[in-house]
Design a protein around this ligand. Sequence first.
Ligand SMILES: Cc1cc2nc3c(=O)[nH]c(=O)nc-3n(C[C@H](O)[C@H](O)[C@H](O)COP(=O)(O)OP(=O)(O)OC[C@H]3O[C@@H](n4cnc5c(N)ncnc54)[C@H](O)[C@@H]3O)c2cc1C
Length: 374
Amino acid sequence: MPARPDVLVLGAGIAGAAVARAAAQRGATVAWVDVRRAGEGATGRNAGFILADGADPYARVAQSQGRDVADALRAAGLATREAVRDLARHHDIGWVPSGSLRLAVDPDEAADLEATADALGLTWLAADRLPAPWRGGPWLGGLVDDGDGAVDPLHLLDAVVAEARRAGAALSEGVRVTRPERDGTRWRVVVGERVIEPAIVVVTASHASGALAPAGTADLRLTAWRAQMLAARVKPTPRAPRPVYARGGHDYLRVLSTGTVLLGGQRDEGGDEERTTDETPGPAVQRALERLLARWFPHAQRRKVIARWAGTMAFTPDGLPLAGAWPGADGLYVLAGLMGHGMGWGLGLGAAVAEAALGGAPAPAVFAPARGGV
Ligand SMILES: Cc1cc2nc3c(=O)[nH]c(=O)nc-3n(C[C@H](O)[C@H](O)[C@H](O)COP(=O)(O)OP(=O)(O)OC[C@H]3O[C@@H](n4cnc5c(N)ncnc54)[C@H](O)[C@@H]3O)c2cc1C
């Protein structure tokens, strides 16, 4: 690891990998550290959905937060999709270009999804046009975004890490780091036994990013929430080629090519217990997921849970990622608070943050960490 790199990236999930790759490919010397191993956080525990929109579809965001915000989120999603397709040409990342299906559970959600279809030129399916096994269920319709898809999240991360390394980024895993301290025109960070003096630090430590705040800088107001999933065998195997997202992301499902069903969500059934960094599955949400599996596949002859897991997501008060300059500190940047959509937005936002950090165009103002009194 270089002692005086241009950039030091803290965190090796998809956010850190995206920044490290983009910075190294732009010619910067990059040192990169994770206290655990790359992918041990949420990036190695997720469902692999690559969705260009977040929990709220485009039209809902445009109405509640403005067109500029909706466009910026969509742009991050489209840039990420493009990067994923490009990576899939050169790496085995398990990319499934299936499109996605968002199911509407109530009239408000149906109106938002239908308006999103109109605004973006996507396909709205009325309830009687939904594909099996969803037709005849409780849904009021669904939005198909043909450009979305799914990946194997760890394989995607490995591909980004490999490209970052090829461009010269030096990754150290399982190493403790101290908070960055300003020392003249550079930063000073103790990484394991070594002192590293980067010109620029980019913090991508998800919900733990605030703990890396240099003395005297503002808190990032990130909240950690646990997300839980299970894997099941369902007989007969559901024919659901598109990842399915419902109830604003509170329920989601994917059927792998092996036939294994991945089911996640139900965070609202766990209440405040889910506001935790504990990465072990909890009983309330796991029971709720089993009930959801039974509701979604009521006619299955068999439903057998074969695995359960959980991870931690980072949320911001206004539901938008933090991407850009850390308030009150020169040469310090952050990419965190990816709102449970880091696979869908991370590569796009990572490239934007790397560009801003290296003196190029600033990251979109709507994601500025200084907004809203942060
Ligand atoms: C069960 C589950 C399902 C999900 N499904 C999807 C999905 O289908 N699609 C989607 O887009 N998103 C999904 N998400 C969300 C997605 O996984 C996250 O948004 C994304 O992985 C966040 O990436 P990250 O790099 O910000 O965080 P992480 O992947 O959590 O990485 C942060 C890294 O920082 C490291 N770190 C912590 N403290 C320090 C420190 N002091 N110094 C250095 N490193 C540090 C951690 O060890 C960790 O490796 C899901 C999440 C979960 C938990």
